[in-house]
Design a protein around this ligand. Sequence first.
Ligand code: PEP
Ligand code: MN
Length: 329
Amino acid sequence: MIFVWKKEITEAQKEILKEQWKKRGMLFRENSNGMLFVVKGDFSHAEREYFSSEMEFSSSYPLVSRQFQKEDLELKVNGHSFGRDSFTMIAGPCAVESEKQVMEIARFLSSKGLYFMRGGAYKPRTSPYAFQGLEEKGLEDLQKAKDETGLLIVSECTSVSHLEECLQHVDIIQIGARNMQNFELLKAVGHTNKPVLLKRGMSNTIEEWLLSAEYIVSEGNPNVILCERGIRTFEQEMRNTLDLSAVALVKQKTYLPVIVDPSHATGRADLVLPMSYASLAAGADGLLIELHPHPEQAQCDGRQSLSFEEFDELMQHLSSMVSLFGKKL
Ligand code: PEP
Ligand code: MN
C-alpha cells in the first residue's frame, strides 16, 4: 500500500516513526514526493491517522514501477550514465581467455571512446565439458585492463560464493539469464550498492524479470540495469528470439535503464548490427555487444561475436542515429 503523510506531520516526527517501524520489521521506501511505499508489514488503526490517504500498488513490483518514480532513472557508474538521454555501449569478449586477449580488446575499445568493457571470468556453460572461464585469474586480467585503460568492467557473478571476489574487481555485476531467479544471489547483490546488470531469463516473463529487479531494490540496492537478451521460441534459425516489444513495454513499466544484448539474442554476428539499430528505435538505453579480435578462434560464442571492423561499422552508424531518438552516445 502507498501512504501519503498528513501535512502537519513534521520531518522529525516522520524520522522517529520510521525508526520504530523498521525495528518492527516493516519494509518501506519513500519516493521523491514523500509517498511511503510499504512492501512488508502493516500499520495499526491508530497509525493510519498519520496519513491523509492510502492506495493500492498498481503492480506486484511497486519499488521498480513508474508509480514509485515517474522519471527515468539516470544511473551513474563512476560518472558515466545509463538511462535518460544516454545510449551506453558495453562491449567485449564472451569470455576472458588470456591477459593478451583482454588487453588487445581493452585498447581497441578505449580507442573507440567506450567507457565499459564486458568479459566473462565465471562462465555459466550448458555443458560441464565446455570452457568454464578463467575464474579468479580472469577477474585479475580484467583488472589489469581497467588499470591501463580506465575502462569500467562488467562481468558475471554466477554464485554467492564468488560475490566478494567479483565486487573487488568489477564495476557492474552481471546476473546472467540462467541466474535471473537465483534468489539468494539477487538478495546478496541487493545488500551491496554495486550496480547490477540483470539479464532476462530465456524463459521468463516480463513480470518475473521485474520481480527479480524488485528483489534487488527491496534489499536496498537501487542501482539496477535491465538487459533483454532474447527468449526461447520455436524458431531455430536464431539462438533466441529478440523480444524488442518487451523493451518498449518494460520502459513503460519501470524507470530503470533497459539495455539490449543482440549477441546472445540472435547468436549470429550478421544480425547484431540490424538488431542494434532496432533496439535503439525500440527505446533501449544501450547495448551489450560481444566482440573478439578473431571471432573464429573464440573459446565461446565466436559465431555471435563481432570483429573489430564490424564493431567500427556499428559505432559509426549508431553515432549518426542516436540523436534521432533523443539520445547521445
Ligand atoms: C553472457 O553475457 O556472457 C551470457 C552468458 O549471457 P546470458 O546470461 O544472457 O546467456
Ligand atoms: Mn556469450
